[in-house]
Design a protein around this ligand. Structure first.
Ligand code: 5GP
Length: 176
């Protein structure tokens, strides 16, 4: 059997990511000034994005995490969202910002949005590092996105393939 090494095609450098985080954190800081903001990071992919984002906000924010999974070790969504771990903070009357690494079909965020709406937050919006729209199935509005793309399986900056590549400082297109 011939094993091929996956190719990593650069999409965003560390420096470009840094500038995008500064820009989006500025917008969020303006929009949520004076509001009770709760950032909910979606594990595992959003852990790096959320930690950079929160350090560039100029307003206070609480942080919690949910763990959602739909991919396993493959490159396409199973369509079934598992939620093995959810938030500890009471979300009622808080302004929730769901922080996601990448939106693809939108099924994960559509499911999480419905889940949190039942808990009566003051508002709920979506912030994704990457909005990838080619395979969108659910009608979700991405309120804040650092980068928009049509297609491709991306890795790095928290994004994995079978738990590899999360630590890469840039974003790459993984070509098998
Ligand atoms: P959705 O439910 O929107 O289809 O999928 C969202 C989740 O799928 C993301 O949080 C991420 O874990 C995974 N995902 C979707 N597209 C990609 C991609 O291009 N690269 C990686 N590494 N994960 C992806």
């Amino acid at each position: 059997m011939i094993m091929t090494t996956p190719e990593l095609v650069p999409i965003l450098t560390k420096e470009e990511i840094h500038q995008k985080i500064i820009d989006i954190a500025g917008k969020i800081s303006c929009d949520y000034a004076g509001k009770d903001l709760l950032l909910i990071g979606i594990l595992k992919g959003a852990f790096i994005f959320l930690s950079d984002l929160v350090r560039h906000l100029s307003i206070p924010a609480q942080i919690d995490f949910v763990r959602a999974s739909s991919y396993g070790d493959t490159m396409s969504s199973s369509g079934t969202i598992a939620l093995p771990c959810t938030v500890q903070i009471d979300v009622r009357n808080k302004h929730i910002l769901l922080v996601e690494d990448i939106v693809d079909t939108g099924l994960t965020l559509s499911c999480l949005r419905k889940y949190f709406l039942l808990q009566e937050p003051a508002s709920i919006k979506i912030c994704a590092f990457i909005d990838k729209y080619e395979r969108r199935e659910a009608d979700v509005q991405v309120d804040y996105a650092c980068h928009t793309t049509h297609e491709g399986f991306l890795v790095g900056y928290g994004l994995d393939y079978a738990e590899n590549y999360r630590g890469l400082p840039g974003i790459y297109h993984l070509k098998m």
